[in-house]
Every structure is written in structure tokens, then in C-alpha cells.
Design a protein around this ligand. Sequence first.
Ligand SMILES: Cc1cc2nc3c(=O)[nH]c(=O)nc-3n(C[C@H](O)[C@H](O)[C@H](O)COP(=O)(O)OP(=O)(O)OC[C@H]3O[C@@H](n4cnc5c(N)ncnc54)[C@H](O)[C@@H]3O)c2cc1C
Length: 544
Amino acid sequence: MSTAPSYDLVVIGGGITGVGIARDAALRGLKVALFEKGDYASGTSSKSSKLVHGGLRYLEHGEIGLVFESVSERRVQTRVAPHLVRPLPFIIPIYKGAKPGLELMNVGLWIYDSLALFRAPRLHKTFRGTQAALALEPQLRPEGLRGALEYYDCATDDARLVLENAIDARDLGADCHTYTEVTRFERRADGRITGVEIRDRLTGSSSIVTARVVVLAAGAWTDEMIRRFEIPMDRPLLRRTKGVHIVIPRERLPLARAITLISPVDRRVIFAIPWRERTVLGTTDTDFTGSADEVAADADDVQYLCNSGNGYFPGANLIPADVISTWAGLRPLIAAPPNVDESEISREHEVFSRPDGLVIIAGGKLTTYRRMAHEAVDKTLALLGELGEPTAANRANTKDRPLPGAAGLEQTDLEGVAAIGRRLMDTHGLDADTATHLCGVYGMRAPTLAQRITADRTLGERIDPELPYVWAEVEFAATHDLARTVEDVLARRVPLLLVSRDQGLGASERVADVLGKLHAWTPAQRAQMLDEYRAEVALSRRWR
Ligand SMILES: Cc1cc2nc3c(=O)[nH]c(=O)nc-3n(C[C@H](O)[C@H](O)[C@H](O)COP(=O)(O)OP(=O)(O)OC[C@H]3O[C@@H](n4cnc5c(N)ncnc54)[C@H](O)[C@@H]3O)c2cc1C
């Protein structure tokens, strides 16, 4: 085994929490390595509802601190990543007998707006009466409809948010590796952790990496890791709940805004969200005890979401056969007593630092990842001090640092992003659809793609005629977006797995050709990559 250089900290996990920590630590001048056993965001961080939101329903549970933190963070995100975190209008329809009713909900939304210091993307509005509500969203069931409230939160691309954090962490000097599993902790005789053993899952080779502190940011895998590495803990840290989303064709449920629904099945809050060219319904929330590596929707999850949607949109008459795709993820919730309902569990996080040189971060949300990361790095520095190894770090804060797609943006808002789109049309001759798509996904990185399309017009062709993704993005995924496998491309960077009617199977061979050429795959490697992608599609279809 070879011995690798030393780091101040090694981060385990390349979800939003881990990459956020690596980026924050690197920005503060620390020497950091990150290991992710799959792709960036291959865990929960690409399976969320893709919202950067204050969490209106946490208000109901009195979690004012969490809501305040989240709405403040929402504002930061729209500034540092306006291409990725965009305002999205939501409607709450209010029916006869609903609790809270229209007026109380109106008060709740004033509180929500005030916690955002009245700087939400837009202030909420109340629409009284059936016709006013239907004018907003004609698909809603009219019987008993008393009105509706409109408020704003933000939608994001969760996988890309993770990816841009990883890219920036690397630009700042962090050593980040995908498909690299941490298999063991290295310890001194007195138990102090001195590093980790890693295994490259694509080549099978192992090595030891030494570090002064190890940060475990393994999300839903945290307790599995604690058991596997025999870390003494008096209780499981997490209660994991499974959340499923279904994707249906937009024409089956055409929505102009996201809708916040109370499921008629079990009174839980779920969302119907216009997303890409589709409508997404989610999520479920059920306790999960299996392996975090095999999470999938089951037939009950799909039926529950169809039934929940039909309660509000009877004209849609959704049935499982309408479903294009599903995704399922595990919430890494802080463990609460077993008799507490899943939906009541707090989404707040905790950071534990231990005298053996291990920091564990558990819980949290996509929305608050940047603050969580900052706190985890603060605690890491404090632990190093306590262990007699004080480490100098600068005071830089990611709050003021744009993500790569927003770096150099003249106007850090949607108008600034639209200006890139206009440049792609004027300078590179792209059509309006492709230009809008590319600037919306890649921000300031889009001109690099446009240059490739100008040089080779076939790269500007759509991969799926229904969707705006073009072939240049597949190449870019490998050359600039750190994709190493067919699944990396089709599940997270150009996510046909989720939005294409054939879930990207038709394009997968050509994607393998493009990647195979760039990564010099052997025929056997190419075949294996395709098999693995087909297995991923099969997992998402297992409920059928
Ligand atoms: C259904 C659902 C909807 C959600 N919706 C929202 C939302 O709309 N907005 C919001 O703010 N939050 C939302 N969340 C919460 C949010 O998605 C999660 O809190 C967040 O993604 C967790 O990120 P993480 O980095 O902690 O975990 P993960 O993304 O799971 O990352 C952990 C990583 O650790 C890696 N790993 C595990 N073991 C090892 C090892 N031995 N070596 C190396 N790597 C390892 C895994 O492969 C994994 O990639 C939602 C969650 C769910 C489940």
C-alpha cells in the first residue's frame, strides 16, 4: 500500500454536506481531501424535492429558528447561484373546513415573509373565493374551494448544486475523489484517528491517507459507518425516512405554479411541482431500516402519490401507468423517540466532535448546507485546538463567494442569467430554446458549451426531441463536470433518467461512446458502464 500526503481534514461523503465542508475548509486555507464512494450527489443529495425553501410547515411546529435560518439562506443562495436557485411561486389551496383556514394561513404567511425580512422573492398574496383560486390554477378541484394563497420559495437542481460546490472546492485546492470508498479508520494505539484507508471502486486499489481530523458527512450511511468502524456511540444518531417522488408528463397535470397539498390519504403535506418539462409529485415519508445503497419506490408509494394528487386534481385522474420515473431518497434525520411521527421530526442538524479526532455531522437540509458546512469547519478547528494541534485558518466565508456558474456574473440575479442567454444567441448563433436552457443550467460556464456547438453543430442537436438537453452537454459532463460513468451523466448531469420517457436508455449507447473515447474505456469497461446504468433504471422501475 502506498502512503498519501497528509491533510488537515479528510471529509467522508460527497453529498451536499460533504462538498460544502470541503469547499468551506479549502476557502479558509485548510488542506482538505474528500472521498465519495459513488458520484457526487449519488446519495440523498440528488433525491430531494429540489427546493431551497424556508420550510413553511416548520412554522406550524414552532421551529422559528430553523425557518429564519432557511429563509436567510435562501436569499444568500439566490445571490451566489442565481442560475441554480430560482424563485418558484407556490399555491396553497384552502378548502371548506381546512385547518388552518384562509385567514389564519394568511397570518402564517405574514410571519413567513417577516422572517425573510420582507425580502422573499415576492411577498405572498391571498385570493379569496373559488373563482379567484381557479384563475390561478384551473386544475384544482372546485368543490369546497374557499380561496388560495400564493407565496414564493425557490427551486434548484440539487445534483448540480453539489457538483458546483465540488468544482469550486477543487478550484480552491481541495483534493476531491469520487468512486473512492473509505473502508477503515487508521488509529494510533491510544485510539486517536490518524487517517483513513481508501479503496478506488473503479480500479480496486487501496491506499492510506493521513489526516489530523476526519469529518464524517455520510448522510443516511452515518450509523452504518459508525457500526462498521466501531465508533463508540450510546445511540443511533439517525432516524432515516424514505421519501419518494413520481414524475408525470406535464400534459397530464399542467401546472403554472407549485401546489402545496394536504394529502387526503393521511393529511401530510406534499408538493406538486412543475419541473423541467414534467410535473413532479412528492414526497412520501416512511421509516426505513434497509441498506442505504438500495432505496427505491414501491407500488404503495406510487399509488399513494397518485391518490394524493387526484384528491386535488380530479381531472388528471392519475394512475401508476402515467408515471415516467420515480426517485427515492433517505432523509438523514436526527433520531427522535420512536413514538414521534416522522413528519414531526426536526430537520435541524447536529455536529459532534470527539476526542479521538472525529467530527460527525448529521441531519440538516439542502437549503442550509452552507451554514452547516461553516459550523462543521469551525468545530473542526476548535477540536484541533483541543487536541493540541491549533491550525491557522483565514476568516473567508462562502456567503460572499459565487458558485462557479455565477462567477463573474455582472448582475447576480435572473436578469444577469438571461443576459448570458442573449449572448449565446447573438455571439454563438444558438436558438432561443438551447440558449435559455444552457444559461439556466450552466450560468457563466455556458459559453464554453456554446463554443463547442459553434465548432461542431451536431453537438447542438437534442438528445431527446422532447427535452432541451443537447449532445454538447454529454461531452462537457466528462471534460468539465467530473462525470466518470454513464450513470453520472444520465442520472445527475443530463438527468434523462428522471425526465425522459425511456429514462435515457435509448441515448445510453451513444453516451457510452462519448465517455469511452474521453476516458479511454476498454470494450469490457464500456459494457460494464452500460450494465450499471440499466441496473439503475431497473431499480427506479422496481415498483412496477
Ligand atoms: C425525499 C427528500 C426530499 C427532500 N427535499 C428537500 C428539499 O426540497 N430541500 C431541502 O433543503 N432539503 C431536502 N431534503 C433534505 C436533503 O436532501 C438532505 O438533507 C441532504 O441532501 C443530505 O445531504 P448529505 O450530504 O448529508 O447526505 P448524502 O447526499 O446522502 O451524502 C452522503 C454521501 O456519503 C457517501 N458515503 C457513504 N459512505 C461512504 C464511505 N464509506 N466512503 C465514502 N463515501 C461514503 C454516500 O455515497 C453519499 O453520497 C430532502 C430529503 C429527502 C430524502
